[in-house]
Every structure is written in structure tokens, then in C-alpha cells.
Design a protein around this ligand. Structure first.
Ligand SMILES: [Zn+2]
Length: 482
């Protein structure tokens, strides 16, 4: 059995093109010295909690069932939108059935006798996406939202050593500093995890405040680079460095946004039977940058009406419905959800994005999009800029100074870790080991899968999705709407 260990540091929302030796010298140096996945992709929909679940399960929404930061599943909660950031919501829904329908990293490691430990910055429910049902199987996490949202043993250990947690609200760098301290001073020596994870809520939190060029975000970039410097220094000084690998990831990128669209109000004004209140009758709308409509008590014709209405508006982007033939959805001009590996019994009847706008005009150097909030920068949709993430790795199992162009992304990280540890991959884990990053590995058979552009249309509405077909999943690269 492998003696290797892993620490994964996630820098939420960091775009790879922001990692320069001028602005982020520590992270750029780490990238250049180790192995990097240069074409790495986030999972669509590019929301944080979708990508948390995609990381932990090594899988897609087709298998894990998480499409947005909030989800609707009448089998778990018929009259409620389940907020995956809310611990009470998560526990209540999970008491009615499996909230995550794929096997996650903690269970795969437990079955092989390995320990998993996480320190999580973010909302109270979200660590449960990374350490699903960990409290039942001895896999531990500390939530920086509060010790009450942590597993009991990890909370006890960290509280005894470090005391109260920093303020969980707003932009507060003390959270990610504390998270690293809790990991290195308490959880790593006490629990000796084979796989440790630190999830930093920066720079994402700051990006949502003032965008890719704002002063709040610039300060956050400096903070995370200093954090990376501290983590790398600790790692390099360790006596067990010969067995400890360090992986630094982000979960998605960001695009600039030029304005908000009150989709719910606009649908109601158009006379469509849609509500955002699950206790009311009507199709249920979850209105995010990529959002969903659940038909519920409404006839199928309502779905066709909503699609036709959206296709007639220039803010509307890409549209996905149930599968017709592998490419087309059941409504004219829509894609099949299967094409983006988001088909799941729990998936909304309609998944939509807002329109991608022409890339990078001078006043929007980081791309631009439409977004419901219209603040800061955003993510959730199918822009290339949202779908890019960082994936850098170094340590005893990884090549040095190596740049890989293997097709892959966040879904492949847990399968790579399990492969090194010699742990059997669960059936639902469709990601595969990024073998060419490893000293003794080989690239996967589909490493060079080409980019394919698929288009469907209805009248003057036409949408195009660029994707790579990998074994077990399709990986979205970007999408447009004419
Ligand atoms: Zn995120």
C-alpha cells in the first residue's frame, strides 16, 4: 500500500490567467516547479457547490445530483428549496434520502482504512458536500461557520488547541489563516490524514464584491498568495515531505458582468405560470446565472412555452431539457441535458444560462456576461472564463516542471489521488487518474479527446456547445448563443 499523503488547498474562484509571477509570485513559482494541468476545467454548472460535490465524488451532476447552490427535490423536501449552504437544510433533506447520490472521497478512503480531514471556509452546510456523512464514518471536518457545524472530534481537537473561530461573515482573511493553522497544528498531527483538504473562500468572496479589477479583489489576491507562501514553506520544511503531496486547485473561474435580469418577474409579467416560492402552485424557478425550472404540477406545454419565450429574448443563453437523441432535447432548439452530463432524476426540467457576450472587448478584459445580480464578477454559466480553473501539484508522486495538456479537470482530482493510494475507484466516479502528471503514470486513453462543437436551433435561435467527449462524461468547454 502506498505511503503517500495529500494536502489539497482550494482557492475558491481563482482564474488561471490571474496567476502571474508579478501578482502571485508564490503560486506562480509553485505552478512552475511542479506539474500543472494547463487546460483544466471546472464542472458545469460552474457554481461552487456543484464543483465541491464534483471534486468530492470525482463525478458529474449526472451521478451526484447537485446542479446549483440550492436544489429542489420533492422526494427529499416537497415544499422547500434545499439550501446546500445551510446545515439545517442539508441535515433535514438528507434524513429523507441521499442528498448526494454518488460515492464521495471520504467513503472511498474509509473503505481502504484511510483518514480524510477537511477545514472548510464557507457556509455551514457546504462542508457536508465535501465530507458527505463523514460524521457516521469517522471522517472529520471543521467548518469555519461554527464548531456546531463541524464533526465532533475535529471540533473538539481544534477548539482545545486554538479556541474560538474568527467571524464567519463577510470578507475576513483570518478565516483562511485559521483554517491552515487548524490543519497544520491540530488535524494533521492528531489525525494523520492520508488526504487533507483546506477550502479557502477567497478570492471568490472578494470577487463577488467588486469584480476582477476591484481593490477588494486585488487585496484578496495578495492574501491568497501569502497563504500559498505559508503553506508551501510549511510543506517544504516537513520531515515527512518525501511522502506528502501538495495540490492547489480552484473550483471555477469568474467573468465580469454588465447587468442584472429579474427573470422571475419577467416570466410572471409574460403570464407564464412560474413561481420562486415552492409552497405555491406553478413551475418552480431557481434563478441563478445558470438556473433551472422544475415543471412540478404544470403540463408539458408550459415547458415548451417557457423555452419559446426564452428563445425570443436576447439575454437568454443556452437551454437544456430531457434527452431526445443524445444531442437535442425534447423541446425544439434545446440541448439534451445528457450532452453536458447533467441528466439526473433530480435535474430541473429546464436548465438555462444567460447569454455569453462577445469575449473581451477593451472595457471588459476578463470577458463579460449577463447575470441576475449585476455585481462584482460572477460564475455559474458556460463561459470559457468560468469553466477554467487552476490545477497545480507537486510532491513525491508528481513530475517536476511539467505542463500537461491532458483533457480533464476538477472531476479527475479525487480519482488521481485514489489511484496513487491504490484505492479502488467507486462505480459512480467517472473521473480518471491524470496519470501523466505522475512520475510513474501514463496519460489516460482519452487524454487527447478533441473539442467538438455541437449546434441546435429553432427559428432564429441557435446555440452552440463546445465539448470534449471523455470516457464516462462529456466535459463542457464553452458555449454561445446566436
Ligand atoms: Zn467557488
Amino acid at each position: 500500500m502506498s505511503e503517500s499523503r495529500f494536502l489539497v488547498l482550494v482557492l475558491d474562484g481563482l482564474r488561471p490567467d490571474l496567476v502571474t509571477s508579478r501578482d502571485m509570485p508564490n503560486l506562480a513559482a509553485f505552478r512552475d516547479r511542479g506539474a500543472s494541468l494547463t487546460l483544466s476545467k471546472a464542472q458545469f454548472p460552474t457554481h461552487t457547490r456543484v464543483n465541491k460535490t464534483s471534486f468530492s465524488s470525482g463525478s458529474t451532476p449526472k451521478h451526484h445530483g447537485v446542479h446549483f447552490n440550492k436544489i429542489y427535490d420533492p422526494n427529499l423536501a416537497p415544499d422547500q428549496v434545499i439550501d446546500l449552504g445551510d446545515h439545517a437544510d442539508v441535515e433535514k433533506a438528507d434524513s429523507q434520502g441521499r442528498l448526494i447520490t454518488a460515492t464521495t472521497i471520504g467513503h472511498a478512503l474509509r473503505d481502504a482504512g484511510h483518514q480524510f480531514a477537511l477545514v472548510h471556509c464557507g457556509m455551514s452546510g457546504a462542508p457536508w458536500l465535501l465530507n458527505y456523512r463523514g460524521d457516521r464514518i469517522g471522517q472529520e471536518h471543521v467548518s469555519m461557520a461554527g464548531y456546531g457545524h463541524s464533526t465532533a472530534e475535529a471540533a473538539r481537537l481544534v477548539f482545545e488547541e486554538l479556541g474560538d473561530l474568527p467571524d464567519p461573515k463577510g470578507v475576513n482573511y483570518n478565516r483562511s489563516r485559521f483554517a491552515f493553522e487548524a490543519f497544520k497544528s491540530v488535524l494533521y498531527p492528531s489525525l494523520k490524514p492520508q488526504v487533507g483538504l483546506i477550502w479557502s473562500d477567497e478570492p471568490d468572496k472578494s470577487l463577488h464584491v467588486d469584480g476582477l479589477r476591484g481593490p477588494v479583489s486585488k487585496a484578496a489576491f495578495m492574501h491568497i498568495d501569502a497563504l500559498v507562501g505559508d503553506v508551501v514553506s510549511w510543506w517544504q520544511a516537513r520531515a515527512d515531505r518525501d511522502s506528502l503531496n501538495l495540490i492547489i486547485l480552484s473550483d471555477h473561474g469568474h467573468v465580469e458582468t454588465i447587468g442584472g435580469y429579474p427573470i422571475g418577474e419577467m416570466m410572471r409579467d409574460a403570464g407564464l405560470p412560474v413561481t420562486i416560492d415552492p409552497t405555491q402552485k406553478g413551475a418552480l424557478l431557481l434563478p441563478f446565472g445558470s438556473g433551472g425550472v422544475y415543471l412540478r404540477d404544470q403540463p408539458r406545454q408550459v415547458l415548451a412555452d417557457i423555452v419559446e419565450w426564452m428563445q425570443g429574448h436576447d439575454w437568454s443563453g443556452n437551454l437544456f431539457t430531457d434527452d431526445l437523441d443524445g444531442v437535442n432535447g425534447v423541446i425544439s432548439g434545446t440541448f439534451s441535458k445528457a450532452l453536458a452530463s447533467i441528466d439526473h432524476p433530480r435535474a430541473p426540467d429546464l436548465v438555462f444560462t444567460l447569454r455569453r457576450l462577445p469575449a473581451q472587448p477593451p472595457e471588459f478584459p476578463f470577458g463579460r456576461s449577463l447575470d441576475p445580480s449585476g455585481k462584482g464578477s460572477t460564475h455559474g454559466g458556460l463561459h470559457n472564463e468560468e469553466l477554467t480553473n487552476i490545477c497545480f501539484a507537486a510532491g513525491p508522486d508528481f513530475k517536476e516542471g511539467y505542463r500537461s495538456e491532458t483533457a480533464g479537470g476538477i472531476v479527475d482530482i479525487t480519482p488521481t489521488i485514489l489511484d496513487v493510494l491504490g484505492v479502488t475507484k467507486p462505480d459512480t466516479m467517472v473521473g480518471r487518474a491524470l496519470g501523466d502528471l505522475l512520475i510513474n503514470g501514463a496519460e489516460p486513453a482519452d487524454a487527447r479527446a478533441g473539442v467538438e462543437a455541437v449546434s441546435v436551433d429553432a427559428g432564429s435561435y441557435r446555440q452552440t456547445l463546445s465539448l470534449r467527449r471523455l470516457t464516462g462524461r462529456n466535459m463542457a468547454m464553452s458555449a454561445t448563443r446566436d
